[in-house]
Design a protein around this ligand. Structure first.
Ligand code: MGD
Ligand code: MGD
Ligand code: SF4
Ligand code: MO
Length: 670
């Protein structure tokens, strides 16, 4: 390999954790390519990462610590030195903690980097500080809760089983944008003769690349799955031998729930005609090995956990689980592979401090008492843009008595409200250890280039803050590489000595889950628990969405775009220019009913806020649903607010997740 090429890993919140080959010249990354030897990447990168060097060396990068000189939100700052910034933060915290106690400090972080060390490196610091703890539940905890309700701790099947499937269903996943390597496997399956369906709420690019797409009402998939199982039972398509040996509670489900779920009755909630529900049921039940790749979109609803639980019943009723390639794949969980507690250090807390949901930051900053939140420390997250109920979040960030510190690569919407901004390194400037959640592999990497400007990594800043607080624990004096070593220096059944040695050398290695044989169901009863008496609803059933009760006629989908990842990548001009800023897509019937025309400015509103969009009239979205893609930065939006001024702080039915897709609005001309 060219000596100027360094192996690295894509740090973003994406299931694939791609291997990167980074070409370095004079301490700068000049080119980035997909690693051809990486089992998932196989040389293919998504459009976002083709020019990662343009993010790393963007002229927008923050290069020195900054102190606010103008009103909050305006974005006027002056440079200060690192020692001054650290001194300011620590003396301010000491004063606040003396008056209000440690819980008046709230950390806020999520997934700017997925590296195990940098992502989790604030935990030991804030535990020792006695700060409030953040419940990190913005993404898909309802999916986990729904899966667990029926499957317990059963690990996901091997994603590679898709190869043996004759019917692949991309359900609530926009794979051509969010999981391009899964999409490549889907195309290969299709070439081998498998049929492929997509089930989504509008015609995404994924829908164009499959045999058939089914467009459902937002939050309506539980109704679809119930209707399908009604048909399976009515038409004798349930596999009673499999059920007898593997499933708990099928009889109760078939007697008490399914009789009410005839397709004619489910049609309204799921948005598909009864005849289509019947056909889906028959084709699913008679396929040899239907493989459901389950996304996260459908879990961000008031009924999201129940939706996932209900879909997971399908292969239990049809018996598809028993055949290679058959079943539901929700993503992998490799939590057991590394001893993360060696970084997070729960024991540094003197007592368990209060938990604050990251989905309810607006409430925490404006209404929480005893103590109030007096200081917010944000790292690798952009809550002013990505967190639900943006108006409440911004009301909180505008408080003059709130001391806000933001550690960032860019002057994000959130950083504009900071008292102190600290410049963060990108992944190429810091070592870490990564694992993937769309499959089973892991890779360690070292820094490929020196820090840009005076940027420091998350861990380096927490080391400095610990010293600034006057703590002398040796723990905080370790390097990030020492912490990586702590994660590796521990035997687990997931990897043997040789694998760990290869990890140390920077190779991509496979991780072996302790058990993923179907039939070995890791539930209290040892069976797939359609009946679960530990749940508030012991049997899967139809639950309403939140939006259904909101009194606004249109359902809004704040969906993902192929050219950004949440609010990341807007710094790359060419990626941004491939999108229409703040486009709101609407069906021609809905536009005509409101007298609205393609290309005009419109306002979408509900009881939480108003947001300015540019209307796109298209049959790609069904009547009754409007769609906007991406989470736009303040400086590129036509209006003050982004889409999250319309999303609410309400939580999911299980897992306390965000309900970012469970939104009702009305739209008028601007
Ligand atoms: N390009 C790109 N890649 C990304 C991201 C990104 O923003 N852009 N985000 C990353 C992150 S953090 C995550 S969590 C993953 C998420 O990746 P996915 O699991 O794909 O989740 P989403 O894109 O949120 O939603 C998937 C699809 O579900 C659809 N959907 C919404 N509601 C429903 C419903 O009720 N029923 C059905 N059937 N479909 C529904 C949406 O329209 C969308 O097309 O992607 C990661 N990768
Ligand atoms: N409307 C709407 N809202 C959404 C979503 C949506 O699809 N639509 N998606 C939701 C989902 S699934 C998720 S997971 C969340 C994601 O929410 P976040 O985790 O906040 O994700 P990003 O918007 O990518 O912001 C990450 C920030 O971290 C910074 N960063 C990157 N690396 C580092 C680092 O090493 N150190 C530091 N200090 N900073 C770093 C980046 O510059 C970036 O500004 O958003 C949620 N919000
Ligand atoms: S965002 Fe995902 S697909 Fe794109 S390079 Fe990173 S890991 Fe690979
Ligand atoms: Mo996410």
């Amino acid at each position: 390999m060219n000596p100027n090429i360094v192996r690295s890993v894509c740090p973003y919140d994406c299931p694939d954790a791609c291997g990167l080959l980074v070409e370095v010249e004079d301490g700068r990354a000049v080119r980035v390519a997909g690693d051809p030897d990486h089992p998932m990447t196989r040389g293919l990168l998504c459009p976002k990462m083709h020019h990662y060097e343009r993010t790393v060396h963007s002229p927008r990068r923050l290069t020195t610590p900054l102190m606010r000189t103008g009103p909050k939100g305006e974005g006027r700052f002056e440079p200060v030195s690192w020692p001054e910034a650290i001194e300011r933060i620590c003396s301010c915290w000491k004063g606040l903690i003396a008056s209000y106690g440690g819980e008046c400090v709230l950390p806020y972080s999520y997934a700017g980097t997925m590296g195990l060390v940098q992502r989790n490196s604030g935990h030991p610091f804030f535990h020792k500080l006695g700060a409030s703890r953040l419940e990190r539940t913005i993404c898909s905890p309802a999916k986990d809760a729904g899966w667990k309700a029926i499957m317990g701790d059963t690990p996901a099947m091997e994603p590679g089983e898709m190869e043996q499937s004759d019917l692949v269903i991309l359900w609530g996943i926009n794979a051509s944008a969010t999981s391009i390597h899964a999409m490549r496997d889907v195309q290969a399956a299709r070439r081998r003769g498998a049929r492929v369906w997509a089930i989504d709420t509008y015609r995404t690019p994924t829908c164009e690349a499959v045999d058939e797409a089914f467009i459902v009402r937002p939050g309506g998939d539980g109704a679809l799955a119930l209707g399908m199982m009604h048909v399976m039972v009515r038409e004798g398509l349930a596999d009673h031998d499999f059920i007898r040996d593997n499933v708990l509670g099928f009889e109760e489900f078939a007697e008490k729930v399914l009789p009410e779920c005839a397709p004619e009755r489910m049609s309204e909630a799921c948005g598909l005609p009864a005849g289509v529900i019947e056909r889906l049921a028959r084709e699913f039940a008679t396929a040899k090995a239907p493989f459901v790749r389950l996304g996260s979109g459908l879990s961000r609803y008031g009924n999201g956990a129940m939706t996932v639980r209900t879909i997971a019943c399908l292969p239990a009723v049809s018996g598809a689980w028993q055949r290679p390639g058959g079943g539901v794949f929700p993503g992998t969980s490799t939590g057991g592979a590394f001893p993360l507690h060696r970084i997070t250090r729960e024991e540094f807390m003197e007592r368990p401090t209060r938990l604050v949901s990251m989905n309810q930051l607006g409430h925490a900053l404006t209404e929480l008492d005893d103590p109030p939140v007096m200081s917010l420390y944000v790292y690798h997250s952009n809550p002013a843009a990505v967190t639900p109920d943006q108006n409440a979040v911004i009301r909180g960030l505008e408080r003059n008595d709130l001391f806000t510190v933001v550690h960032e690569r860019f002057l994000t919407d959130t950083a504009r409200y900071a008292d102190i901004v600290l410049p963060a390194t990108s992944s190429l400037e810091q070592p870490d250890l990564y694992r993937c959640y769309g499959g089973y592999h892991s890779q360690r990497c070292s820094a490929a280039i020196p820090p840009v400007g005076e940027a420091k990594s998350n861990w380096e800043v927490f080391s400095l803050l610990a010293a600034g607080m006057g703590w002398d624990e040796p723990f905080f004096r370790q390097s990030a590489d020492d912490l990586v070593e702590q994660l590796l220096d521990f035997d687990t059944s997931w990897r043997d000595r040789e694998t760990t040695q290869r990890l140390r050398q920077g190779e991509t290695v496979p991780l072996t889950p302790p058990s993923n044989s179907k039939g070995d169901w890791k539930t209290p009863s040892g069976k797939i628990e359609i009946l679960n008496i530990r749940e508030p609803e012991p049997l899967p059933c139809l639950l309403p969405t939140h939006a259904a009760g909101d009194g606004f006629p249109l359902r809004l989908q704040p969906a993902t775009t192929p050219y950004a990842l949440n609010s990341s990548f807007y710094e790359q001009d060419d990626l941004r220019e491939r999108q229409v800023p703040m486009a709101l897509r609407m069906h021609p019937l809905d536009a005509a009913e409101r007298g609205l025309a393609d290309g005009q400015r419109v306002i979408a509103y509900n009881s939480l806020g108003e947001v300015l969009f540019v209307l796109g009239v298209t049959e790609w979205v069904p009547a009754g649903t409007v769609v906007t893609e991406g989470v736009w930065w303040r400086e590129f939006r036509p209006g003050e607010r982004g889409v999250n001024a319309l999303t609410s702080q309400r939580l999911t039915d299980g897992g306390r997740g965000s309900t970012l897709y469970d939104v009702a609005v009305e739209v008028r001309g601007a």
